[in-house]
Design a protein around this ligand. Structure first.
Ligand SMILES: *Cc1c(COP(=O)(O)O)cnc(C)c1O
Length: 407
């Protein structure tokens, strides 16, 4: 493994430019009072990440604390069912049960090197909150997580986990009291505490340099996929990579080292909720228009006069009205293909994967698997599905619908 692959220069049509743009998407649209924080990060993040002592600490923690590399597993029964060769990248086997810890490990190391004494974060389902609370406990740094009041009620086990880890969970009481309101509260906190606080954003969203920084930390996923596939198939490049997209961090990580390899199709799977045009959906690539949300120009669900439309999905991790600027660009240019999956299709697919492979996936991830029913491919194709997280957190939802979906 060469050094600092995640901090390498990726001069390409799909890399962020100096100004923080992917094509016409991205940038840093922030209140003036946040300018010093974001500017400090922008100036320092690449230099920090390229530092050999940073690299060593990041790699050591990924290996010995998170449990990387995660397996690339040839799912034989699933392959037989779909008549193609299907591999699963097992991000569900990471410490805390999903890919999110790759990013929070990276950002806590950035925060430490910038001398920050306090961490804030936003969370929806609580997965990013737990991953942030975990690394703050690991480093002994104070942590405050903002979470919508509605989500606090829906996601009680994750709230307890964060508290157990020593984090203060603060309810967001405005708007729909869900993820976007928690994000607004976190931004407000950061404005009031610019000197000593680092804001750990949980996906490839937000103002530049966050989308690029988070994508680089998550790029360890495709870095491993390359040598693991080479070992098992004798070639580095799969024909198709499938990943679910909320903000887009697990997808960005799974695509990263394949962006310039046009022979690999990239499939981005969004949540259609009750149906794309039902009014209860989070299918941003279909319903979204260009605008600014949480600091970057991207595709988002908005009314004609620019009010954000409340998204809906059964899966809290995909229930976001925007999409990271990298993904807006990939979809806009045709590099990635978007597929939308309904609640019902995702539920079916979660039960199916559990029975056919002995793996209970997160509801977000179940959307990615359901896309296999919509794709055209050849029987000689090698497909990698990024298994972003495990289903423990969704057990209540699964149990509630057990009679409907268990075969
Ligand atoms: C949070 C989460 C997602 C969605 O976030 P991305 O940034 O789009 O990856 C997907 N899967 C799991 C398991 C999650 O916890």
């Amino acid at each position: 493994m060469t050094n600092t692959q995640y901090a390498s220069k990726t001069a390409s049509a799909y890399a962020v430019n100096e100004q923080g743009y992917y094509g016409e998407f991205g940038g840093a649209f922030i209140p003036e009072m946040l300018h010093p924080n974001v500017e400090e990060l922008r100036r320092t993040y690449l230099e920090l990440m390229r530092d050999p002592s940073f690299e060593k600490e990041f790699r050591d923690l990924l290996k010995n604390y998170v449990g990387r590399p995660t397996p690339l597993y040839l799912a034989e029964r699933l392959s037989e069912h779909y008549k193609a060769k299907i591999y699963l990248k097992r991000e569900d086997l990471n410490h805390t049960g999903a890919h999110k810890i790759n990013n929070t490990i990276g950002q806590i190391l950035v925060a430490k090197r910038l001398g920050k004494k306090r961490i804030i974060a936003e969370t929806g389902a609580g997965q990013h909150g737990v991953a942030t609370a975990t690394v703050c406990a690991l480093m002994g740094i104070e942590c405050i997580v903002y979470m919508g009041e509605v989500d606090i009620a829906r996601q009680a086990p994750n709230v307890s986990r964060m508290r157990m880890l020593g984090t203060e969970v603060r309810p967001a009481l405005s708007g729909s009291r869900t993820l976007k309101d928690a994000t607004n509260e976190a931004i407000r906190d950061w404005i009031n505490n610019p000197e000593d606080t680092h804001y750990i954003i949980g996906s490839v969203v937000g103002p530049h340099p966050y989308p690029d920084m988070v994508a680089r930390f998550q790029s360890v996923i495709s870095e491993e996929m390359k040598w693991q596939l080479k070992e098992q198939e004798g070639r580095e490049n799969p024909d198709i990579i499938i990943a679910c997209v909320g903000g887009g961090s697990n997808a960005a990580g799974a695509y990263y080292h394949y962006l310039n390899n046009l022979g690999t199709r990239l499939i981005a799977v969004e949540a259609a909720g009750l149906g794309i045009h039902s009014g209860e959906s989070a299918a941003t690539s279909v319903l979204g228009t260009k605008g600014v949300i949480h600091g970057s120009r991207t595709l988002l669900m908005q009314t004609d006069d620019g009010q954000i439309i409340e998204p809906y999905s059964i899966s809290a991790g995909l229930d976001y009205p925007g999409i990271g600027p990298l993904h807006a660009h990939l979809i806009d240019t045709g590099r990635a293909e978007a597929i939308s999956i309904t609640d019902e299709e995702a539920m079916k697919s979660a039960f199916f994967l559990s029975r056919i492979e002995g793996i209970i996936p997160a509801l977000e991830t179940a959307h990615a698997f359901a896309a296999l029913d919509h794709l055209e491919y050849k029987s000689s194709d090698v497909i990698i599905v990024n298994l972003s997280g495990r289903g423990d957190k969704d057990l209540q939802t699964y149990i509630k619908e057990f009679d409907k979906y268990a075969m």
